[in-house]
Design a protein around this ligand. Structure first.
Ligand code: SLL
Length: 161
């Protein structure tokens, strides 16, 4: 196994969350949802414009707040071109640890990112007002993973059509 000296390869992706308040008309509470839960939300990792990332990202582990049952959620074997995601309900905002695991051929260690779960409109007053008109709140971040001097086999997999 040899690293390709002087080569850098990067792959963009998006991580973040969507959230919707419970509402009898637009977002009814599923039966059995605890009384104090006021929102449904989804945290995700996906390709830009839903492009496939499964050819370099093997699995994603989301670490949720300890108040949530089974806070460590591991998502793998997703349909290519669909997000790695966890859906939940709750009442509060907190930091989610997102750990990306690369395909084994990369021989790279997993990498950690943090995302603050947003349930409520945020930003300037104007931004908040605009968000209130949307069907759901989205808070997401564009990132690029840089693989520096990748192993040859990984590089070939990443760049083969
Ligand atoms: C806060 N520091 O006080 C934060 C904590 C915790 C959110 C937020 C519970 C969900 C469940 C839930 O929403 N916890 O019980 O499944 O705002």
């Amino acid at each position: 196994q040899k690293r390709l000296k002087g080569i850098q390869i990067f792959r963009p992706f998006v991580f973040g969350n969507t959230a919707k308040p419970f509402d009898p008309q637009t977002n009814p509470k599923p039966p059995g949802t605890p009384e104090d839960h006021t929102f449904s939300w989804t945290v995700f990792v996906k390709g830009v414009d839903d492009t496939d990332i499964t050819y370099w990202c093997r699995k994603v582990q989301f670490k949720l707040h300890e108040s949530i049952p089974n806070p460590l959620r591991t998502i793998e074997n997703v349909v290519p071109g669909t997000p790695f995601q966890v859906h939940a309900t709750g009442w509060g905002e907190f930091d989610i640890q997102i750990k990306l695991y690369y395909i084994p051929e990369s021989l790279e260690k997993p990498q950690v990112f943090y995302h603050r779960l947003h349930l409520h409109p945020y930003g300037t007053d104007a931004e908040k007002e605009a968000m209130k008109l949307l069907p759901c709140i989205t808070s997401q971040c564009y990132e690029e993973i840089v693989f520096s001097e990748p192993y040859e086999q990984f590089y070939d997999l990443m760049t083969s059509p």
